[in-house]
Design a protein around this ligand. Structure first.
Ligand code: ZN
Length: 148
């Protein structure tokens, strides 16, 4: 990327490490033209991932939608200390996306996402997983099947 100060494309990476959530790469860059130092973070782009809905319509994957569903499962109605919960939900969302990416497909079905989310949440905390599944009839069906 170009220097945000002078727009020069000639920059050097002077330091780099993983971001604290472990999902991205943090880089300290120095512009070779104006010598300003700035930080960039690099994350995997979900732009090329599509979700196949139940009605077979394909929609772009939206990180925020998945995150919100996981966050709701994690907080379960609590209204305090949401910073920690948000960080936890972010990490779990990252794990779920990791599972989706391992499919190595441009398309993922909604029910596959639900199954991954349930698996990841169950590993973290049984109550998160149950809450997540019970939140919608469709999810409950995916997770528990049609037995009633
Ligand atoms: Zn510059």
């Amino acid at each position: 990327m170009n220097c945000p100060f002078c727009n020069s494309s000639k920059t050097d990476v002077i330091n780099s490490r993983k971001t604290s959530d472990g999902d991205g790469v943090w880089r300290r860059r120095k512009c070779l033209k104006c010598c300003e130092v700035y930080t960039t973070t690099e994350y995997f782009s979900h732009d090329s991932l599509f979700v196949v809905k139940r009605n077979l319509v394909r929609k772009k994957f939206v990180y925020e939608k998945l995150f919100a569903s996981i966050f709701n499962a994690v907080i379960g109605g609590k209204i305090r200390d949401q910073g920690d919960d948000a960080a936890r939900a972010k990490r779990l969302t990252g794990e779920i996306i990791g599972e989706i990416i391992k499919l190595r497909s441009k398309y993922v079905a909604t029910k596959e996402i639900v199954a991954f989310a349930y698996k990841v949440l169950e590993k973290e905390n049984h109550f998160f997983a149950t809450r997540y599944a019970m939140y919608s009839e469709f999810r409950a069906k995916v997770v528990f099947g049609n037995k009633k």
